[in-house]
Design a protein around this ligand. Structure first.
Ligand SMILES: Cc1cc2nc3c(=O)[nH]c(=O)nc-3n(C[C@H](O)[C@H](O)[C@H](O)COP(=O)(O)OP(=O)(O)OC[C@H]3O[C@@H](n4cnc5c(N)ncnc54)[C@H](O)[C@@H]3O)c2cc1C
Length: 390
């Protein structure tokens, strides 16, 4: 089978790219390793995604938001504080003149909705369960060997997009080097019910042992993303529910009244992965395959969707005039993405390092920073715009 575009990985990034191009005239296939039932019940689907306002605008453009909006909760304010210190600041949708700073949705709801849209799109062929096991490019095409339902299958593409996540096999098969840093931290993810309503406020609380985010979901419920050193997270996940909630309450405080655990606790080890290059001959990698970030600033999918939107727009234009797999075209795409990528990675990394540090001078500096930020509307707007993905 010959395709114009083969996307490896039917996660958020891969599926959104296919849907963005479904009416482009390109012949598109998606190769996805996991069967749908497995994906829909996997623990990783429990994580809450904070979607920036810019991400929601992009999903609306793709007609992927309107039918799932009911499952999302708007963020009207972001409250940022530093436990045990004086610094705090608040970002507000009203001040920024927007309807919401962002939205929170359970990853599984969004992933399922988007995967359903792929299934009903006539122009997209889905190979599932299938894995790519070999890639070889020449001047005109990429030759791909797949393992599809235990059978071997060969297909070709003018361009292969690797959207197969942090452990990307496309990245490995293309021999693209990666920078990997282990933060030595693990994100504990769960849901709590609070006695006071959250009033659509997202809380980001920095503590000496790592950041804690409480993201608003239905009126009294909040999704928890609690980053701890890995050995502490391991012990917290084994603690009884009572001990766990006691420690969470101690860390977060009583702004929302008493917290009760309302979902299982899940652990996600955290690392930063950045591919040395986003491109190779007749191939490009996007989303987590190209950059896997710490969830502290909630930027991972937001950044991945910006890869998708830029690539989709460029592919539509290139398809009208030239070869979608040409080296010049791919280099152009990669150049365009570098600034956003570097800025988002540095922003996220800076937050991880500045706010996980109890060195007195740094603690003082960040608290002065937060206090100053609270008084400087322009600086707050700049931070809000980064958070909104604008
Ligand atoms: C705890 C936590 C909280 C987060 N919070 C936020 C947040 O608030 N906001 C935000 O924007 N982001 C957040 N993220 C990041 C976000 O979840 C990811 O950036 C996003 O899901 C990545 O999407 P993706 O499609 O690039 O990769 P993935 O979701 O990893 O999808 C990859 C797909 O490829 C498939 N695949 C893998 N290998 C192969 C293969 N060899 N062949 C074929 N298919 C393959 C997989 O089955 C999967 O379907 C968070 C992440 C974590 C862990």
């Amino acid at each position: 089978m010959n395709y114009d575009l083969v996307i490896v990985g039917g996660g958020l990034a891969g599926n959104c790219l296919a849907l963005a191009l479904k009416n482009s005239g390109l012949k598109i296939a998606i190769v996805e390793a996991q069967e749908r039932e497995i994906l829909q019940t996997a623990a990783i689907g429990d994580r809450a995604l904070a979607l920036a306002a810019g991400t929601v605008d992009a999903l609306k453009m793709l007609n992927l938001w309107q039918e799932i909006e009911h499952a999302a909760t708007s963020i009207k304010q972001i409250h940022i504080s530093d436990k045990g210190h004086f610094g705090k600041t608040r970002l507000s949708a009203e001040t920024e003149n927007v309807e919401a700073l962002g939205y929170v949705i359970t990853a599984r709801d969004l992933e399922t909705h988007i995967a359903n849209q792929v299934l009903i799109s006539e122009n997209i062929t889905l190979y599932c369960p299938a894995r790519v096991v070999g890639l070889m490019a020449d001047e005109n095409a990429m030759f791909m060997s797949l393992k599809y339902h235990d059978e071997s299958l060969n297909i070709t593409a003018k361009l292969v997009v690797g959207a197969d996540g942090g452990q990307s096999s496309v990245r490995q098969l293309l021999n693209i080097e990666q920078h990997f840093s282990d933060y030595g931290q693990t994100a504990l993810v769960t849901t709590v019910t609070a006695t006071r309503p959250h009033q659509n406020i997202a809380y980001e609380r920095f503590t000496s042992s790592g950041p804690l985010a409480l993201l608003p979901i239905s009126t009294h419920d909040c999704a928890v993303v609690w980053t701890r050193k890995t050995h502490e997270a391991e012990s917290l996940i084994c603690d009884s529910e009572t001990d766990f909630i006691e420690q969470l309450q101690e860390c977060f405080g009583w702004r929302l009244g008493e917290l009760k655990l309302s979902a299982p606790r899940r652990a996600f080890p955290l690392s930063l992965i950045r591919a040395e290059s986003m491109i190779s001959q007749r191939a490009v990698i996007i989303g987590n395959a190209a950059h896997q970030l710490h969830p502290v600033a909630g930027q991972g999918f937001n950044l991945g969707l910006r890869d998708v939107m830029v690539l989709a727009e460029m592919l539509q234009t290139q398809n009208e005039t030239g070869d979608i797999g040409s080296t010049e075209f791919l280099k152009h795409f990669s150049r365009i993405r570098q600034m956003d990528l570097s800025r988002t990675i540095h922003f996220t990394n800076a937050i991880v390092h500045i706010f996980s540090n109890e060195w007195l001078a740094l603690a003082l500096a960040r608290n002065i920073g937060l206090a100053l930020l609270d008084m400087l509307p322009f600086a707050k707007t700049a931070l809000a715009r980064q958070a909104m993905g604008l």
